[in-house]
Design a protein around this ligand. Structure first.
Ligand code: ASP
Length: 331
């Protein structure tokens, strides 16, 4: 019997807890990003039986340090890798804190149906029961599989396969932190076997209208959290700083409280587009009659940090709130 050659997977390292070490095996915080993607790879020789791997360090930071410029660089690099017929899939190691932001950005800007799998770890690589090695093994298995084609950017954590559009970090420390409350997981991996249950219904990758080829910067967007006794000063400061968009992490069903109303008025005067999202963590924000008057965009089921990603890309194409609403309805 002739053996088919193994798929070719490119591994891109960006840092995070998966590449971090702490002072002892029982220390689970106060760690430092110390390990390169090659070092992570040498710890899992079993991967040699799964794919032909090539790895590269794009950056090596904690994910709160990732900037728009770094997102653009990463998207450019992945698009370049995937346009090579000799590459079958890409895996990106990443800090979990902002992993969902990068995943959603890539979901909207990668122009390929080949697998792009993001992976991280909740425990540093020096910890007892570190979750990084099995997560990374499963991520490569997924990126090497035909089953992963055409679902948009995927996130592999704790044996669960999630869609970039739906998943979010929901726990500060536990390995099963990534959840998609309303939509559920796309699938799971157990004992080396991939099970896919469903596929995302929002537009992504090859159907996306967003193209960041050659783009050097993105419009600046802030997130403003609403709460009891909120003032106007954060809106004033954002508008003064020159933002082009504001995502309001509003209460409940994107409630238009007095502070949101006043902030949205100020933004409208300053030609700043506001999106109403919610701080509650799940659910769709309903469109409201007040949206028209204040030219507000309702954020669909995107949490504030993902709404910021879509608003930046939308503002790169248009400043018209109605067109931006149509992006939020479709992506
Ligand atoms: N602070 C880390 C990061 O996001 C957390 C993690 O990777 O789990 O880079």
């Amino acid at each position: 019997m002739t053996m088919l050659p193994l798929p070719r997977v490119v591994l891109l390292g960006t840092g995070g807890t998966i590449a971090a070490t702490a002072g002892s095996a029982t220390t689970l915080n106060d760690y430092t990003v110390t390990q390169s993607i090659d070092t992570l790879l040498t710890a899992i020789p079993e991967l040699n039986a799964v794919a032909r791997l090539r790895c590269s360090q794009v950056f090596n930071v904690e994910s709160h340090a990732i900037t728009n410029k770094m997102l653009l660089k990463l998207a450019g690099r992945i698009n370049k890798e995937l346009s090579d017929p000799a590459v079958d899939g890409v895996v990106i190691t990443h800090g979990t804190d902002t992993l969902e932001e990068t995943a959603y950005f890539l979901n909207l800007t990668i122009k390929s149906h080949k697998p792009v799998v993001m992976v991280g770890a909740m425990r540093p690589s020096s910890a007892l029961s570190a979750d990084g090695p099995l997560n990374l093994f499963n991520a490569v298995l997924l990126a090497a599989s035909k089953k992963a084609h055409g679902h948009g950017v995927l996130v592999l954590m704790n044996d669960q396969i999630s869609a970039a559009r739906y998943t979010s970090k929901t726990h500060s420390t536990q390995p099963d932190s990534f959840r998609s409350h309303d939509q559920g997981y796309l699938g799971q991996i157990h004992n080396g076997k991939i099970h896919i249950f469903q596929t995302p219904t929002t537009r992504h990758t090859t159907q996306s209208e967003f193209d960041v080829t050659g783009v050097k910067s993105l419009p600046s967007v802030d997130i403003i959290y609403d709460h009891q006794n909120a003032g106007l000063h954060l809106y004033e400061a954002s508008i003064k700083a020159g933002v082009q968009g504001i995502v309001i992490a509003a209460t409940g069903n994107g409630s238009i409280s007095t502070s949101v109303k006043k902030g949205a008025h100020l933004a409208l005067k300053g030609n700043v587009v506001c999106v109403r999202s919610t701080r509650v963590g799940s659910g769709v924000v309903s469109e409201s009659k007040t949206d028209n008057k204040l030219r507000l965009v309702s954020g669909n089921s995107l949490n504030p940090q993902k709404a910021r990603i879509l608003l930046m890309l939308a503002l790169h194409n248009t400043r018209d709130p109605q067109s931006i609403q149509s992006y939020f309805d479709r992506y």
